[in-house]
Design a protein. Sequence first.
Length: 267
Amino acid sequence: MRDFVAKLNHAADTGQWACTMDLLDGWAKADALMGPISGYQGYYERSWAGTDFALVVLHLPANVKDANPGRLNAISQWLEHIAVATRDADAINHLHNNLVYWAGLNLVAIGTVAHNPELVDAGLARAREGIHDIGPNGALEREVKRGDRALHYHTFALIPLVFTAELARQQHVDLYQENGHAIARLANLVTEAVIDPSSFAKITPIKQQLFPWTFQDELSWMEPYYARTRDPRLPGLIAPRRPLSEWRLGGNVTEIWGVPLSPAEKN
């Protein structure tokens, strides 16, 4: 599956729109990813993949959409199958952690593609669960319990909350202001930790272990967040990491969501 996602994202990133449509159309006709799943991981992977597919569709050029109404309708129906399966997945719903927030992004992204307000509302409810989990200090209690991976999972949890907040604005919903601007508190916590990892000691005394991608592509949330907030700390963190690319978010996040940085901002 991840090989397919990589091929799809590469096609979209390089403007190979005929290839992009062929890949999505082929999987839609096969109703891909809708077979039986054994083990929890498969539910998470399907949720992430559906999010990626929806974000690719959302950012198709207008002329490509106009030229392919029938194929896009079939793709949208297939994505709705993925979203409904994600919405109803007990393997995700019982967790009440970052995977629920990712499921929320899946539902909002696919609901936006399919013009399905019920899916959007279900996704917003999951995002709001995450937003209301953010404490006064910006921490997520369930992710603090991850021990030496707590910082990694705070970063990972922030991604779907920011991207859902961006998509929600199209529905005239401002998730950024909810729970006393909670997303900003979590974003500040992670930003401080990127600048100075020892700052996370105020959340947990456990020495943190990061994956190689934690402070690389999983900082992709910074692109839309900086475009929205203009936090002056972010350009110097974004610039050396560009292009930020995340396989769950349609590929090259910088290209779609980023804004130009001036030479002064990069320093």
